[in-house]
Design a protein around this ligand. Structure first.
Ligand SMILES: [Fe+2]
Length: 322
């Protein structure tokens, strides 16, 4: 191996096993950090650069499978290669390991040639991945490009993304669907990037031509994101965030459940945040007045089930915090 030595975190509750693996890894050019349990492993991943984790399956407290699941569920460590080390190599054990998100499995006692082959191939794959911009980073850059032009959009988009996360959880979304919803919230208005300042900065009132331009932003936003292969899931969220539940919205006039769930969630959060925000040409509504407006538009502009959840879960907690 060339360049900076890769750093491998070895997690095993038995000191002799840790030392044995450390010796083997050092022989193949790795730097090694040793920890004795799952909690220390998660802390080590937060504190120091790690390229790969070798994880004993059977440990007191958090098992290796639980630690693996925790690593693979966090956005910051989701792409970290994890190799489970186990004395049990039955089909059932291997399947359990893969289901926990492990990238590979090594059987004890570990042969150094096999360790080298597996570690090298996972590290090479990680190097390639590290050099690519992830969809999250590209999406964040797009959002920053719009924010640079419009301070209102910056604050609005991040508030909408946070509200959407809360409403999405209440609606039962999890995992990747929640990630998409959050990122969709951050970039839902990215299509406004080409609008003239007078429109973008929302100094209003807008004439008919300007209004027509604004109505294009969901389509333009979808087109901006579409070439990003790994962010393509965000396209329908961005394109449809101005559809109305009764079919009266734009750009496609979709109605009811034909509007993607994430776009229906964003529509509620987007409208609510706009209502409770101060704008140059009107003052902010109170939370209870905005809640009333949402209730009035339930079933026509917005999904009634989501409005109910939003009023019960999100608005109540905002009211309590206010
Ligand atoms: Fe919008």
């Amino acid at each position: 191996m060339t360049g900076t030595a890769p750093r491998v975190l070895v997690v095993d509750d038995i000191a002799a096993n840790r030392e044995l693996l450390a010796g083997q890894l050092e022989q193949i050019g790795c730097q090694v950090e040793l920890v004795c349990d799952g909690r220390s492993a998660l802390r080590a991943l937060e504190l120091s650069r790690t390229d790969l984790v070798l994880l004993d399956v059977t440990m007191p407290g958090f098992s290796g499978l639980e630690v693996c699941r925790a690593i693979k569920s966090q956005p910051g460590t989701r792409l970290m290669p994890v190799v489970l080390v186990t004395a049990r190599g039955e089909l059932e054990d291997r399947v359990r390991g893969l289901n926990a998100g492990a990238d590979d499995l090594l059987l004890k006692p570990v042969a150094i040639s096999e360790l080298e082959a597996r570690v090298s191939s996972l590290l090479k794959a990680k190097l390639v991945r590290d050099r690519m911009d992830t969809a999250e980073q590209i999406v964040a850059s797009l959002a920053l490009a719009l924010d640079a032009r419009s301070p209102y959009t910056r604050e609005h988009s991040s508030r909408v993304a946070s509200l959407a996360l809360t409403l999405g959880r209440a609606a039962g979304l999890e995992g990747l669907d929640l990630d998409d919803l959050y990122q969709g919230g951050l970039v839902h208005d990215i299509g406004k990037i080409g609008l003239p300042d007078r429109v973008l900065l929302d100094d209003g009132p807008l004439d008919g031509e300007m209004r027509a331009l604004v109505r294009l932003h969901p389509v333009v936003g979808g087109e901006i994101i579409a070439p990003l292969k790994s962010a393509r899931r965000l396209v329908p969220i961005v394109r449809h965030h101005h559809e109305c539940y009764d079919g009266g919205g734009y750009p496609d006039g979709l109605a009811g459940y034909r509007i993607p769930l994430a776009a229906r969630i964003l529509a509620v959060c987007d409208a609510f945040d706009a209502m409770v925000s101060e704008r140059p040409y009107r003052s902010a509504l109170t939370i209870s007045a905005a809640a009333e407006r949402l209730a009035e538009g339930s079933g026509t502009q917005w999904d009634p089930a989501l409005v109910r959840l939003f009023l019960a879960d999100v608005v109540c907690s905002l009211g309590a915090a206010a």
